[in-house]
Write a protein that binds this ligand. Sequence first.
Ligand SMILES: *Cc1c(COP(=O)(O)O)cnc(C)c1O
Length: 358
Amino acid sequence: MKIHNFSAGPSILPAEVFQEASQAVIDFNNTGLSLLEMSHRSKEFDAVLKEALQLVAELLHLPENYKPIFVSGGASTQFALVPMNLLKEDGKAAYLNTGTWSDKAIKEAKALGNVDVIASSKEDNYTHIPKNYQVPKDASYLHLTTNNTVFGTQFRKIPATSVPIVADMSSDIFSYDLDIDKFGLIYAGAQKNMGPAGTTLVIVREDLLGKVDRHIPSMFDYRTHIKKNSAFNTPPVFPIYVSMLNLRWVKKTGGVKAMEKRSIRRSELIYGEIDRNPLFHGTTAKEDRSRMNATFVLNKDYESLENDFLEVCKNAGISGIKGHRSVGGFRASMYNALPLESVEVLVDVMRDLEANKG
Ligand SMILES: *Cc1c(COP(=O)(O)O)cnc(C)c1O
């Protein structure tokens, strides 16, 4: 049976990427060696790393002074490395708290310096993106999470501010065109929209580095990885390779503009059904709805149908639809590789449940 993978992460990648990746494990480019047993300093892997970084720069239209690097450790590691590299000892950083991941980023930053949480939707269980706030002009940066994977909200508009924005884009990078000038630093764990777990992409405007006095261990200093082209130590070779294959696929499919069109079609389809179907409702403010993670629940009168719904989903090949434990209900994660057809299957199942509600 065909599986429709709505997993929030690690998440779906194109089938052809899995095919090629599995071949590389057995015999990489007819070298007679597996990619997993070859030197990260070989000319073969060097070409992979170069192409992966080049595809990042090309797909996101990065100017020369924005440096992409692949590092090990997750997006969660960046929660600490960002303030370590950018937050001056006597300075402060502004944070927007829009979900679990922002909250964790705030906690890590507080251990390293002054943190000003300028707006938060925590008291409303993160059902919306705060709108009215002032960004202090003397902040080293403004940190935000562009897409809130757990709660299903997304910034439709990046705030206008002269302060460099640091963005956790783990779950929506490569899904729309960026106005890169607004950003000082972007980071994204690979396993939502770029590749398998095990590497994190960081993109940093180079002039922001080197401004802090604290000692930064070499591995935690972004300058180390920029200078050594992401190969200071042994990089996570396989996640970088599979990310490269996926970025090739993104390029071939039309780039991030095409990804954005696909995500609009998928999200309009699912939200249209959530709003139409009397059994369900969405859990977030309509204007802040995420195009990547649609969160929804059964209406009060129909809550007893939860297990039935999960069962019919399973029978239709729908996987990964159960909501995060902090929200409950359901979450349809619709990353770049998810075909529209999978959303159509989900919508059909929602309609069937309505027709057969007994
Ligand atoms: C999943 C996720 C993280 C955590 O990523 P790890 O790589 O597991 O540390 C951080 N931020 C966002 C927005 C996420 O979706």
